[in-house]
Structures are given as structure tokens and as C-alpha cells.
Design a protein around this ligand. Structure first.
Ligand code: DOR
Ligand code: ZN
Length: 359
């Protein structure tokens, strides 16, 4: 319990959350974010484990680049962090070298930040080459679902469809699950709480891939929550200057706003507490084999507040949800029973976080 104005509010304890989809920009674009600021933002948002995507300015498609990335994280992280490997379809010789160090393989089948889209015909060859004990994550929007289906039928490697955003995409996942294919999917908070109408209001700050969709798509996601496996923030920091420039890059920060948005939805009766826990902890843990323990936990005070740019820890310093009223402020974070975040500040030194052993 704590006092908020004149009212006593509850404090709840949750397991440290897991976000298997973030872009911390380190190495290469540390003016946007780095492993320190990104993992501070993670703790401030209630995440004790994040998994970083490979679309750095030099994509993480070789064992050497992966090692350099891990070294950078080792020096700076204050949370648990793991890594996905990348491919443009021409680095199969690297797969065996990295398989024990990564959580999964990320493939981009549509245009987005970094420009690492593969030619669709290469998908099957990549699936055949990837050691199938680790999952494949796909950025695969509606237009490529046929090829995904065909590939999965031929090579049934566990596959996670990232950031499903439309009715058509979720229907595709539902059909694939019904057909018994080893498929899961994630949805981002921006695709659950914003629409194409917000995109007009937000301008470049509402510009990301996949694009924001229509209200009917958002309604479909909410009414088919049982088919959604996880929430992934797709934390994609870019500076305000980049966003307001002539060609705004795709992406929005999300690590610090996801839990409060979901707790607010829970308070409004849109989602049960068990489903919230499943989306933000149990399913990500299970799908990506993330090691956890009972003493890694967060304390969240259920007080109302307004999301403000100046309160954020991400180097990007803005959120598409600025101005929104939410509940749920992360007060304390413990990793393996050690206090790592309290009173809005990190209580350990850069590098005291852990590289998560890839199981
Ligand atoms: O909006 C996005 N931003 N979508 C992606 O797929 C990539 C991300 C980024 O890296 O900025
Ligand atoms: Zn992403």
C-alpha cells in the first residue's frame, strides 16, 4: 500500500516481465538508445528480461558481430538480456557457430528499419538451414502469409509471427494453429491501443511497421485475445529530430508504457489478470525458453498518472502515448532477490545485469 494524494492505493507484486522483441540500437546507433539506457527503460517498465533484435546498422548476421554485441551488452546492461540472430539468406555457415548463444532467428519479409527484407523465395532455404531447436521469428505482414504457410508445412520449425496487427493477419495465425502448425503470435501495445485515426494526430510519432490499422482490426484483436500468445513492445527508439525529419524512420518506444497500458485495460475489464500475466511473462518465457526464478519480481503501485515524455528513461525521450492517463507505476524491481531499481532509479552499476544463457 502507498498514499496517492489522499487515497491509499494497492501495490501489487508480479514476476519480472519478459519482452522478447526490442531494438536497443547497440552497437551502431547509440544516439537513439544503448544497452544501458534501454535496459534502464526496461526496468522502469517492469521488464527484467529483454531480447534484442538483430537489425542494427550493421546487421547481426555473423558470429563476430554477435560477439561484439554481447561484449557491448556485458559492459552496460542492468537487466537480463538475450539476442536474436539475423539473416539475409547468405550466412548459413554462421548458424552452427551462434546457435548456443542466441534465443532465435529473426527474418524480415517486409520493408522496415534497416532494409533487411529477404526475397520471399529464400525463406524455405533459410528454414532448412536453421538448426530447428531454436525458434524463428518472422516479420511477415499479410501479403506474405501464403509463402509462410507453405514453408511451415514443409519445414515445421517453431515460428513466431511478430506484431500481428490486422484481422487478416490474426485470422491467418488462427487457421495455421487449427491446422496444427507450430506457430505463435505477438501483438504490440500500439496496435492494441492506437488506430489509423491516431496516426493522423501523431504524424511521424505514429509511424511504424506494421502501420496502425482500422478500429475494426483493433476490435478483432481484442475480441480474439485467446489466439494471441504474447505482448511484445517492439520498443523501437528513434530521436525526435529523426522523427520530425524529411523521412521519419519506422518505430515507437514501448518498454515503459506497455505494463501500465495493460493494467489500465485490466482495470477497465478488457482483460483478466491471468491473461495479462500469460501475455507478459508466462508465454514469452515458454516460447523463447527464458530462464526465470521466483525471486525476480516487480512491485507496482496501482496509482493513476499521466504518461509524460520527461518521465521516460529511454534515450528517445518520447512516447506515442504521452498525455494518456494510466494506472500502474513500477516502484521496485528485484533480479534474483537483489534490488536493481527503486524510486525511479537504477540501484546497480552498468554491466551488473546478466547475459541470459541461451538454453
Ligand atoms: O516500426 C518498426 N520499427 N518496425 C520494425 O519492424 C522495426 C522497428 C525498428 O527497428 O525501428
Ligand atoms: Zn521490431
Amino acid at each position: 500500500m502507498r498514499w496517492y494524494s489522499e487515497v491509499m492505493v494497492d501495490t501489487i507484486t508480479l514476476p519480472g516481465l519478459i519482452d522478447p522483441h526490442v531494438h536497443l540500437r547497440d552497437p551502431g546507433q547509440t544516439h537513439k538508445e544503448d544497452f544501458y539506457t534501454g535496459t534502464v527503460a526496461a526496468l522502469a517498465g517492469g521488464y527484467t528480461t529483454v531480447v534484442d533484435m538483430p537489425n542494427n546498422s550493421e546487421p547481426i548476421t555473423t558470429a563476430d558481430r554477435l560477439e561484439a554485441k554481447i561484449a557491448s551488452a556485458q559492459a552496460k546492461t542492468v537487466a537480463n538480456i538475450g539476442f536474436h540472430f539475423g539473416t539475409l539468406g547468405d550466412n548459413f555457415g554462421e548458424f552452427e557457430k551462434v546457435i548456443d548463444k542466441v534465443i532465435g532467428l529473426k527474418i524480415y519479409m517486409n520493408v522496415t528499419t534497416g532494409g533487411y527484407k529477404i526475397d520471399a523465395y529464400k525463406l524455405i532455404e533459410i528454414y532448412k538451414a536453421w538448426p530447428n531447436q531454436k525458434p524463428i521469428l518472422l516479420h511477415a505482414e499479410d501479403d506474405v502469409s501464403d509463402i509462410v504457410l507453405k514453408t511451415l508445412r514443409e519445414v515445421p520449425t517453431k515460428t513466431h509471427i511478430c506484431h500481428v496487427s490486422s484481422q487478416a493477419e490474426l485470422e491467418f495465425v488462427i487457421r495455421a494453429k487449427e491446422a496444427g502448425l507450430p506457430i505463435s503470435c505477438g501483438v504490440t501495445p500500439h496496435h492494441l491501443f492506437l488506430t489509423d485515426e491516431d496516426a493522423k494526430r501523431l504524424g511521424p510519432y505514429g509511424h511504424m511497421k506494421p502501420y496502425l490499422k482500422k478500429q475494426k482490426d483493433v476490435d478483432f484483436l481484442w475480441s480474439h485475445m485467446d489466439a494471441i500468445d504474447i505482448i511484445e513492445s517492439d520498443h523501437a527508439p528513434h530521436t525526435k529530430a529523426e522523427k520530425t525529419g524529411t523521412t521519419p524512420p519506422f518505430g515507437v518506444p514501448g518498454l515503459e508504457t506497455t505494463l501500465p497500458l495493460m493494467l489500465t485495460a485490466q482495470q477497465e475489464g478488457k482483460i483478466s489478470h491471468n491473461k495479462l500475466l500469460s501475455l507478459l511473462y508466462e508465454k514469452p518465457k515458454h516460447l523463447f525458453n527464458i530462464p526465470t526464478d521466483d525471486t525476480t519480481r516487480i512491485e507496482v503501485s496501482m496509482e493513476p498518472y499521466e504518461i509524460k515524455d520527461e518521465d521516460l528513461h529511454t534515450k528517445a525521450g518520447w512516447s506515442p502515448f504521452t498525455g494518456k492517463q494510466v494506472i500502474g507505476k513500477v516502484r521496485k524491481v528485484y533480479i534474483r532477490d537483489k534490488l536493481v531499481f527503486a524510486d525511479n532509479r537504477v540501484t546497480i552499476r552498468p554491466g551488473e545485469g546478466n547475459i541470459i544463457p541461451a538454453l
